[in-house]
Design a protein. Sequence first.
Length: 108
Amino acid sequence: MGRKGIAFSPSGLTSQGWNIKLTTQLLTSLIRIHHAQIVSSRTLRPVLDQLRTSLRKSLARERELTGWNTAGLGYIKRELIEKGVVGFEAEEIPLEKGAKKRAFPAIA
């Protein structure tokens, strides 16, 4: 009997909408564990190259999204400072008899 392996497309790991951080950590762990076997196999070289380019594209997308989110939060912060809003501290609500300890203010 021949040896059977798991067939997968490296680019499919990142293009299927999986959590990129988890996928990267998983692949890094697998590469560390099986480093000797990976290095000794010439057939895995194209797979690793494809995986590297796919991961770099996905990580670049995530980095761009994070940059846009950070810029948006900076804009909101500047707007709030201009309007004089100091912070978003929650209001303290006095407890009634028999009320639960954790209460949230009503949003109006």
